[in-house]
Design a protein around this ligand. Structure first.
Ligand SMILES: Cc1ncc(C[n+]2csc(CCOP(=O)(O)OP(=O)(O)O)c2C)c(N)n1
Ligand SMILES: [Mg+2]
Length: 1039
């Protein structure tokens, strides 16, 4: 009984307002302030409110309480209903509905306060106010346990209960603190509930009164009514023991009932002795693994799992249940904590491979490697419990916590895509988190928000939090402002199961529910393993410096394995000898693996690859690039299809502006010409024709930020009716996906990188709205794209399109900060590779990524196709134009794309200067759109014979050979690098030493461009124009 009061105390305090608000805000109009709190007024017309839609079972009670307080505050129909009920009549009768009752609807009868066994019931069919009050109070009690039971559940093995930031209820929040007027004229909702509970629980004998259970609870099992005492007991067991579940915010009665059923049904947690023994065996391995590492490498960092060893049985349970339900492949992302244990005991990665990582051996293969607790893995094996084959991948990650989340999602989505697993029944993602990182890192939120977007959903992720109630040295009260570390998941309506990690059976229960939830609703779900960290942050740290009291408690605490084995011995499920036997056997396995590991002389990074591309590299000449030029017919076909109205044009109304754009495209195709949009479409179209899946993702990419692309045509009169020309090129083409993303860079770029990892035979592209926005995804760029292959021998052909050019749009929207990408290129500025036929491809093979800035649509076409034509995969950082998209000169002929043509790393001067090579006084190298500005200025000054301009289309890897040849053509010219960016930005700092290497220091290379600056561009248009004029003057000056 005490608990009921406690729950009510919480319920009626300001904390309880959250529940009150949930109950009361539905369809309310302006609130009326009342007795220091708020009373809502309900005047929703009955016609606009589906009568008793069960999605809020609280609705009737809201109405009733509002009516009690002020009958005129509710709609007249409610007034009539309650008045009639009190007078013994049938209440309000809704008009008969022709439609059958919906899935989420409940009949009014289920809400009517039925008369239970005890006293206080109906007399002659009439229902007294007291009876209604009592039954509503019981309903309210049940719901308050469902909503707020987690607040007082015993979640913390340490008993500190800082899982919820503050488990004390301040006195001013207690209802007893206030003076309730029993029959006051303006009782609030909470006050009314308190009154009802007080009324109900006045006498101890009330505890034996039976009450009919509402349809929103399953505690009765087969019983339709229970004594109040039993109701409370069962609610306590369900919601206030070792599982605290947050789910009542979910806006679906079906889903709430689903959880209630799995939580409340009597005996639902009972498991067989075999299952208990399985948990014990798994817990023994998890514990034994850490102990073994601690014994062998006591001073080595491993970020052990001690204090939350239950993670291993928990993950295995999730996997068992999910495979049972049809999942065949699981993609996992996780931080440092317990990672080696997961690899060993969940993935069953050979122990000897893990142990060799401790031995300080050299690597056998290329790359620079990573520390052992960041490495990934990929394993296919038989699940012994379900007897089904399963693939498990743990994605490699950097130290940057949570950065791997979107990558896991992208990889999962891609795997689902290639398997045709449109509902995520076969492939599933599991994300593990630390408590501090889960609440602290914004990318968690960004990833959560991808979870229900049509082209990004993975149909539900199971999140498991190793909540050891500390982040390095920081307490929860300093690391988050939310009560729980998991609150971020509430934004996507994910149910959250907090569970005391020292109760293995409760943990397994929520793991089963989570797996079933995901399989049923295909939505995210969170398991919060409330645990502790037995050691310091790593094994060398001293935790007593910062968490002395916590660690005094921890030192006295028995390990989870000991507790569980003792309880099973007590239950008679196992004997002490059996417990010891399982322990010893595992230690023996570890010792054997240790001996094997000692025989190894090298480690192999390949053993740790998370995304093997079986068959992709085999039988391929690693230096042979497939041709990128294509047949004229194909260009014509794609061009025409891309420029055509939908086939059902008579019904499909397109915007007049789009009609004009399509017509202009068709005219260009007729003249065998392309602009930027056509060049891109030709690349995509020709790839899908060859069976290569193309996916373009980013903010507003469907139309294109600059309204040049239009890959999705919208019916002007029918909502959501669209037509995608590039999806309708050939009947047997590969799928083309173009999708506007959420307004995120970190999350979405990570997602696309993950997507690109699954299958090398796909062109995956992320486009930034403006190039500079890439910096909010810096971690993905630095930690994954630039260095991923070196660290994890994992390749990716991801393309980043970054609009870039200084066009007077201000400091932002001008620069993609190409200097940063170039600074991260791994080619040696002092090394001119041997010249040979394979020069270009060898350079591409050896570098970490490609940085390019194309000036013609044909070169765009070739470089995109080259991504697939290469015998390996490299990320491509491609600066893209803005004004050039519509520049009349930025066009290419079909002649530059047909068979026999290819990507031009440098486009040499082809005009009068080329014919006057000896007489040329100035040779300018430049990159990107500024070329067109220079040629215009040169023409205006009549210097076309005197100044040669070469375009460096691929800046990195640096085209040493072509630079050398181009310079040799103009022996009497002074050589310049000309750029529109400021001197400390743009390609200058990258190209300068490489020019020296290309020319062996024989000629000086001078700089033309803006002076150094802190900001990428001026915000003043006038200043911008002045700078442009100066730049043009400098570029065309002949001194
Ligand atoms: C993005 C990022 N910032 C900071 C760090 C440094 N760091 C490593 S572990 C850690 C604490 C993590 O706490 P929690 O998420 O609770 O995981 P636990 O170590 O407790 O398992 C911090 C701050 C990091 N790795 N990544
Ligand atoms: Mg932690």
């Amino acid at each position: 009984m005490h608990r009921a009061h406690t729950i009510y105390k919480t319920l009626t305090g300001p904390q309880g307002q959250r529940m009150g608000a949930w109950l009361l805000t539905k369809k309310s109009t302006a609130p009326v302030a009342c007795a220091g709190q708020q009373l809502r007024v309900y005047t929703t017309p009955v016609t606009s409110e589906p009568f008793l839609n069960g999605s809020s079972s609280a609705y009737v009670e809201d109405m009733y309480n509002a009516w009690l307080a002020d009958p005129s505050s509710v709609h007249v129909s409610w007034d009539s209903f309650f008045r009639n009920s009190q007078e013994g009549g049938p209440g309000y009768q809704s008009p008969p509905s022709l439609a059958p009752m919906g899935r989420n609807e409940m009949s009014i009868a289920s809400f009517l306060p039925a008369v239970g066994g005890g006293g206080g019931g109906a007399v002659g069919g009439a229902i007294s106010e007291k009876t209604i009050d009592d039954h509503l109070a019981v309903q309210a009690i049940i719901r308050s346990y469902q909503i707020r039971g987690h607040h007082i559940a015993k979640l913390d093995p340490l008993g500190i209960n800082s899982a919820d930031l503050d488990d004390k209820t301040p006195p001013e929040l207690l209802y007893s603190h206030y003076n309730f007027a029993r029959d006051g004229p303006s009782r609030t909702y909470s006050q009314e509930l308190v009154r009802q509970v007080q009324e109900l629980t006045k006498k101890e004998t009330d505890m034996d009164r039976s009450f009919k259970l509402p349809s929103t609870t399953f505690i009765g099992g087969k019983d339709k009514q229970l004594p109040l005492r039993e109701i409370l007991r069962r609610l306590e067991l369900t919601y206030c023991r070792h599982i605290g579940v947050e789910f009542m915010f979910i806006n679906s009665l079906e889903q709430c009932n689903w959880i209630r059923e799995r939580m409340e049904t009597p005996d639902i947690m009972k498991i067989s002795p075999e299952q208990k023994r399985l948990i014990l065996a798994r817990l023994t391995r998890a514990t034994g693994f850490e102990a073994f590492l601690a014994k062998k490498w006591s001073s080595e960092k491993r970020f052990g799992l001690e204090g939350c060893e239950i993670l291993i049985p928990a993950m295995k349970q999730v996997i068992d249940r999910s495979t049972d339900l049809g999942v065949e492949s699981i993609v996992m992302g996780m931080p440092h904590r317990g990672r080696l244990n997961v690899l060993a005991n969940v993935c069953r990665k050979p122990l000897s491979q893990i142990f060799t990582q401790f031995a300080g051996l050299e690597a056998e293969d290329d790359g620079s490697g990573d520390v052992k607790y960041h490495l990934g893995t990929y394993i296919e094996r038989l699940n012994r419990v379900t007897n089904k084959n399963i693939r498990l991948a743990v994605v490699a990650n950097p130290s940057h916590l949570e950065a791997v989340d979107p990558i896991v999602q992208g990889k999962t989505r891609a795997e689902q895509f290639y398997r045709g697993d449109g509902e995520g029944k076969k492939v599933m993602s599991v994300l593990l988190h630390g408590d501090a990182a889960f609440s602290g890192q914004g990318v968690v939120f960004e990833t959560m928000h991808l979870s229900d977007l049509p082209e990004y959903t993975t149909h539900g992720t199971i999140h498991i939090v190793v909540n050891n109630q500390v982040g390095f040295t920081t307490d929860p009260r300093h690391s988050r402002s939310s009560p729980y570390c998991t609150d971020v998941a509430r934004v996507v309506n994910a149910p959250i199961f907090h569970v005391n990690a020292d109760d293995p059976e409760s943990v397994m229960h929520v793991c089963n529910i989570a797996a079933e939830w995901r399989a049923t609703f295909h939505k995210d779900v969170v398991i919060d393993l409330v645990s502790y960290r037995r050691n310091g942050h790593n094994e060398i740290d001293e935790p007593m410096f910062t968490q002395p009291l916590m660690y005094k408690k921890i030192k006295k605490l028995k390990p989870g394995l000991d507790k569980y084995s003792e309880s099973l011995i007590k239950e008679g499920v196992v004997t002490a000898a059996e417990v010891k036997d399982v322990k010893d056997k595992y230690e023996k396995i570890c010792e054997e693996a240790f001996d094997n590991a000692r025989k190894e002389t090298h480690i192999k990074y390949k053993d740790w690859l998370d995304s093997p591309w079986s068959g992709f590299f085999e039988g391929k000449d690693p230096l042979k690039v497939q041709p990128t030029g294509i047949k004229e017919d194909t260009l014509q076909h794609i061009g025409k299809r891309f420029s055509s109205l939908p086939p059902n044009a008579a019904e499909f109304v397109v915007h007049k502006g789009i009609e004009r754009i399509l017509k202009a495209r068709m005219d260009m195709v007729g003249k065998r010409t392309i602009d930027w949009a056509l060049g891109e479409a030709m690349a995509f179209g020709s790839l899908v024709k060859d069976g290569i899946h193309v996916r373009l993702s980013g903010q507003d990419v469907e139309r294109g930020t600059f309204s040049h692309r239009h890959h999705v045509l919208h019916h002007q009169n029918v909502d959501k009716a669209t037509y995608k020309p590039l999806s309708n090129l050939y009947p047997d083409q590969a799928p083309y996906t173009v999708c506007n993303s959420s307004l995120s860079e970190y999350g979405v770029l990570g997602f696309e990188l993950g997507y690109s990892m699954t299958n090398p035979n796909a062109l995956v592209i992320w486009e930034a709205q403006f190039g500079d926005f890439n910096n909010t995804a810096q971690c993905i760029i630095d930690q994954f794209i630039s260095s991923g292959q070196a660290k994890w021998v994992r390749q990716s052909g991801l393309v980043c399109l970054l609009p870039h050019a200084l066009e007077g749009m201000g400091p932002e929207h001008s620069s993609a900060r190409v200097e940063r990408f170039l600074q991260m290129c791994s080619d040696d500025p002092d090394y001119f590779p041997p010249e040979s036929e394979e020069f270009a491809v060898r350079q591409l093979h050896d570098i970490n990524w490609i940085v390019a800035n194309c000036s013609t649509p044909a070169n765009l076409f070739h470089i995109l196709r080259r991504q697939i034509a290469l015998p390996f995969r490299k990320p491509l950082i491609l600066l893209t134009p803005k004004s050039l998209l519509r520049h009349p000169e930025a066009r290419s002929s079909f002649d530059e794309m047909v068979e026999g043509t290819e990507f031009q790393r440098i486009i040499p001067e082809k005009g009068p200067a080329a014919a006057n090579a000896q007489g040329v006084k100035k040779l300018l190298f430049c990159s990107g759109k500024v070329y067109y500005d220079f040629t215009k200025a040169r023409k205006e000054k009549g210097l076309e014979k005197d100044i040669a301009i070469a375009r460096m289309e691929q800046v990195s890897p640096f085209p040493y050979d072509l630079v050398k040849a181009e310079c040799a053509k103009y022996p009497n010219a002074k050589v310049f690098w000309a750029q529109e960016e400021h001197k400390n930005q743009g390609p200058w700092t990258y190209v300068q030493p490489r020019f020296d290497t290309a020319l062996s220091g024989s000629r000086d290379v001078n700089y033309i461009g803006r002076a150094t600056a802190a900001s990428p561009s001026t915000g003043s248009k006038a200043q911008h124009m002045k700078e442009v004029a100066q730049l043009m003057a400098d570029a065309t000056a002949l001194k």
